[in-house]
Design a protein around this ligand. Sequence first.
Ligand code: PAF
Length: 285
Amino acid sequence: MKVIKSIKEMQTYSESLRLLGKKIAFVPTMGYFHEGHLALMKEAKKIADCVVVSIYVNPTQFGPKEDLTKYPRDFDRDLKMAESVNADVIFFPPDIEMYPENYQTYVNVEKVTQNLCGISRPGHFRGVTTICLKLFNIVKPHFAIFGKKDFQQYTVIKQMVTDLNLDLQIIGQATVREADGLAMSSRNVYLKENERQSALTLVGGIKLAQKLYDAGERKAAAIAGEVEKLIKSFDYTNIDYIKICDTTNLDNVDEIKSQTVIALAVIVGSTRLIDNHVFGEELKA
Ligand code: PAF
């Protein structure tokens, strides 16, 4: 496996693959891999000749009070894990390459960034779209694979790719869960042992929502209300949002009619967790 740290070298390497007619699949990450990341890499491996994985903890997507400095990092462990699934290239740029002095350009997707995490994390998606566009220009992939646990991020990136006519395909991969159902996230390491049951209320909430939907309930407020009651009944939980939205524009809906997602953000102890479920889709938990 090749490790590339320079932007120029990454661009030259990708260009040489493209000239040979090879397909490149890209998995953007902030490192500290778990099975969810490996699932993205395995999917990438199936569809392309070369799998490029970036590891970059992007400062512009963290708010001033967020966990940028304490975000978990372990490059050597990440390398071994990526190697175990035969990733081909790790792109690991330093901050000075990604945001040199006098950096001043940002990308803003206007509507689908407004609801959900866009409310409690102002500026977050501006950082995500900016870094993803930069990475797409550096890695030059044919495909980029994103986990659907970050459903809004996946939606925002698809919107950017459409709006800016980017010549690549965005692929969404189902959420990978721990044995007890908790959606995998690098941030799960922050959870204290006594917070685990409370963290499981996110998946418990989406299961309850699906059960109510299966029983014929279509009123968003009724479903969200029951999920709220469940989550509030556990210690250490502080709900940021429980919302039921259209999957394309992420607007809140009153009544579930077409493709609709329930999205949750809950702070458990001091760890902010998110999860979601599209009604009617299989929930492997
Ligand atoms: O999902 C993530 O890990 C990050 O938001 C991403 C897409 C790598 C951009 O920094």
